[in-house]
Structures are given as C-alpha cells and as structure tokens.
Design a protein around this ligand. Structure first.
Ligand SMILES: [Zn+2]
Length: 215
C-alpha cells in the first residue's frame, strides 16, 4: 500500500489522482498549514497584505475553535480557506468512522468561524490512508499536497534556508508548503517562516512568477 508515500513519490500521487501541483497554472501557490496561530497567522497575514498577495490556509479545527477571530481574519482578507484536520493525527491510525468524524468537526468549526466552506483538503503530514482519501472525497473535498516546501518545521533551520529550499527549481503550477503555526512542529518555527516569507516572495517576482490560488 503505497498511498502514504504520495507526498514524496509523484507517480504514487498520480496513480491516486492527488495533485502535487496546480494543473495549467502559470503562477505558484503559497500554502500555510496548521493554523490559526495567535502570533504566526497575523504575522503571515501582514506580510501577504503588504505584498498584495493571497495564499491558501489549511486550518486545524481544534485551533480554529480556540481562536475563531484569527480564522475569520484570514477569510476576511480574501485568502482561500482549506481544511487540514480537526485534530492533528496521522490518518493511518484512524478508522473510517474516526476520519469522517474528524472531517465533520473540522468543517463545522471552520464554517462557524469563517463562513467559508472549505473545498480543498490536505491531511496531517500530507499522508493519506485509503479510507482518509475516500472520506475526504465523499465529503466533497479535493485533495492537494505540494511540490515544494521550506521544511520550516525543523528545529535547526534558518529563514535563509527555508527561503532557499522553498524556491528551489520553481515553475508555474508549483505548490509551496509552509506553516504559520508551531503547534505540531518545533517551538517558534512560525517566526522563521514569517522571516523567510518576504525573501520567498521577492524570489517569485524576480522569476516573474505570480502567486495563485487553487480553483
Ligand atoms: Zn500539519
């Protein structure tokens, strides 16, 4: 059962029809997982607003419930609201009923806070189980993983390394994974991500790559 390897094996993702990139897009999608976070999310929102750029936020239901106002701010600023999970657990350990329950709870929390209905889904760690993928599709959600990342969750990384890694070999349609929260990664990691973000966006414009949202 190779499906869990989809984030690192493009042929597996293709076989299960899980996009790593946005087909036909000429720009690059910035995506942020694990929020909302009381410091990380506002910091990222401010940088995106200054640049006039929009991104996609894969929200965690239990974090949305703790700070619905921050989730509402993301939506109010015109960013795409997407669904990560309710609790940040590896799908492989969960039953179909648990997976469905997790999706339902997350969707309800997100919709209550933002009035937005998420259309895109990315599981914790980017790892789908067969049941998890089926449950997401049955709930009307479209899976989206990523084609580039900053590895910004790592304890000993730096903003410069995050930016360099995230912008390595970029082309149209690429989806970059970043995190605006440190709930499930090393402590304070969101500060390095926020520090890396202006460099990432400068690099995109240097290469004439616009930022795009999944449609
Ligand atoms: Zn996550």
């Amino acid at each position: 059962m190779l499906l869990p390897a989809a984030p690192v094996l493009p042929r597996v993702a293709r076989a299960w029809k899980i996009p790593l990139k946005l087909d036909g897009a000429t720009g690059v999608a910035l995506t942020f997982d694990d929020g909302p976070h009381p410091e990380g999310t506002p910091a990222v929102l401010e940088i995106l607003a200054d640049a006039g750029t929009h991104a996609t936020f894969f929200l965690v239901g239990e974090q949305v419930q703790r700070r619905p106002a921050v989730a509402a701010r993301i939506a109010a600023a015109g960013h795409t609201i997407a669904l990560h999970c309710d609790r940040h657990r590896l799908q492989l350990r969960l039953s179909r009923a648990q997976l469905e329950d997790d999706l339902r709870r997350a969707a309800a929390a997100i919709e209550d806070a933002t009035s937005a209905t998420p259309r895109w889904h990315r599981p914790p760690y980017g790892i789908y189980s067969v049941s998890g993928l089926e449950a997401a599709r049955a709930a009307g959600l479209r899976p989206l993983l990523w084609s580039g990342w900053g590895k910004d969750w790592r304890r000993f990384t730096t903003p410069a390394r995050i930016a360099a890694r995230a912008t390595r070999e970029l082309s149209g349609g690429d989806v970059i994974l970043l995190h605006d929260a440190d709930f499930y990664s090393s402590r304070g990691s969101h500060r390095k991500t926020a520090e890396a973000l202006p460099t990432i966006m400068r690099e995109l414009s240097r290469r004439d790559l616009a930022t795009v949202l999944p449609v």
